[in-house]
Design a protein around this ligand. Sequence first.
Ligand code: NDP
Length: 399
Amino acid sequence: MARVLIIGAGGVGSVVAHKCASVPEVFTDIMIASRNKEKCDRIAAQIKHRTIETAQLDADIVEDTIALIESFKPDMVINVALPYQDLPIMDACLATKTHYLDTANYEPIDEAKFEYSWQWAYHDRFKEAGITAVLGCGFDPGVTSIFTAYAAKHYFDEMHYLDIIDCNAGDHGKAFATNFNPEINIREITQNGRYWENGQWVETKPLEIHKPIHYPNIGERESYLLFHEELESLTKNFPSLKRARFWMTFGEKYINALNLLQEIGMTSIKPIMYEGKEIVPLQFLKAVLPEPSSLGENYKGETSIGCQIRGIKDGKERTYYIWNNCEHQKAYEDVGAQAVSYTTGVPAMLGAMMILTGKWKGEGVFNVEEFDPDPFLELLGKYGLPWHEEVDKDLAVEK
Ligand code: NDP
């Protein structure tokens, strides 16, 4: 039925390839392309029941991506490379009139700043070309945004307070490692925090606000307020929100290691000279840290990510909590990945399926909460991420 080109062969790319391969009635032809073709070949070799084509591609070079799209002729590109590649891949999709999907919004390589403005600016051009760009279709952003849209559709007349709570209670046994691309992850955490309140952004120092929050099946974990990209689109698409915050757990050991790395300059993105060559300390650090795709085998424990919402229904106060817990070991048994890659790759595959089967339609650039959440959530459990909900119970984030 449809041909799909996956760009990026890291932890998430591997999950997307495995999951697309498990749905041959939708994804009839699959290619995975990345900067390093051996990583693509390794993933293709793991998927024994299907033939997955592979290619070498530097997606920063628009002409090369256009040439690959013209030769493979995909109906859709799933971009799970890095946020730096979003705009060049969107340019290639526009030039070839190919649908586009990603899981993280664009940020320039020389400035740790992510926002949607760059990608939203493509809306009219995608509309004119008659193609769809789906932005932020991982877990957070992605499922958290779809959970919020589902709450708005079925449970609230007006949503007032949204807290996205993200816990990884897993243990990979390494001294220090990040669960997705270390460079992108550390850039995100070391920035100032930010949340939405009464029509404006309130800025905090990095990891300044924190408190214990209770997570289902896990218990209390110290959770830190961060800025996360879905807050930008959700406050735009659900203007009744008076406050929107994002919380993520970190262990004490992780925070101490990160603080030390920061203090000694290892997380800096300013180039320095080393033996006559310019290097970026954070990129060097990434090179010595474990790859996210290598963490799965010994990872124990689970993640728990969801949305806690307070608002009004039929003139009365209402609370709502919707969440998924995902076990690292189960993700590993399914596709050989840890839960953070898994919870990102499954929704990316499912978002592509929504477009390719016509369940989500639209010409232009869209955040996932702008589509109908129902067909997506009907299938999310079937593909490995069952979800749960509670109505009118006390919200853990408010305790
Ligand atoms: P990895 O670092 O494991 O993988 C990234 C892949 O992209 C690597 O294979 C890398 O190649 C490839 N790549 C980098 N630059 C280029 C380029 N110029 N051209 C082609 N390929 C390139 O990261 P993850 O798999 O953990 O993360 C992938 C994406 O998913 C990131 O954008 C991340 O922010 C996002 N993400 C989203 C989440 C969500 O919930 N929404 C959660 C987790 C991740 P090479 O091997 O050569 O470096």
